[in-house]
Ligand binder design. Sequence first.
Ligand code: OAD
Ligand code: ZN
Length: 252
Amino acid sequence: MAELTSLNLISKAADMIAAAGLTVVSTGAGMSRESGVRTFRGEDGLWREYKAEDLASREGIRKNPELVWEWYRERLKACEELEPHAGYHALARIQNEQDTLPVITQNIDGLLQKAGIRDVIELHGNLRTASCMNECGAPNVRMTEDLFKDLPPRCTCGSILRPDVVLFGEQLPQQALKRAFRLADSCDLMLVIGTSMVVYPASSLPLIAMRQGAQVIEINPEETPLSSLDGTLNLRGTAGTVLPEIVKAVFG
Ligand code: OAD
Ligand code: ZN
């Protein structure tokens, strides 16, 4: 059961943010839940209703490209209609006040950018563009309504296009991953928000941070494998409530 987040914990987190040299944020699907994005795991998680291997793998796209593209069309439409919640604006405020706040995310929903947050490191790709399944070298294509007129959309070479999200079994974008590791290795504080901490390598970032002496704050209504580690400050609440409280405590 989620406990109430005590004022003491909020003010402790606020002190840590105020004192830290470099704070880095790492977000997962739970960050967007209060904006209306479904998480992958948990009660109404996407992976309970859909099979990841059907929708988020190269094989799935090859077998049933129409189905996969309909799914991504729906996700894109849903994401475009959503608005960032108060927790997103709180992160934007920290970034504005402190100048630097790199945000590493496993999310592809674009809500961080919509909230005006800069320096977003997307580990699992994005829903903005698509590219050739056959990697023919044609430039990436923007995902607009036009692209969905005839499903599945095709590259100029005739091959099927795939969304530029990381599919199961694929490598993560190497530059983003390198930067994420470097940030974990050099930050003073990491805020880990709304991730179940089960998907590697994102799940290793707070551990790397801890190992080099950084402090870690977890914001999540549920426990994760990170919660019980010595040195994690656990804020058991939702991103949309906890983050604005922290920001109020730091900046007034
Ligand atoms: P999960 O769906 O695994 O976990 C969501 C987490 O968010 C859980 O720990 C919830 O308790 C927490 N949560 C729920 N509501 C919240 C709220 N309002 N505020 C804060 N936290 C909340 O999502 P991820 O850990 O992001 O990969 O999943 C990682 C990856 O698994 C995804 O990026 C995706 C998926 O397979 C790919 O598509 C490559
Ligand atoms: Zn092509």
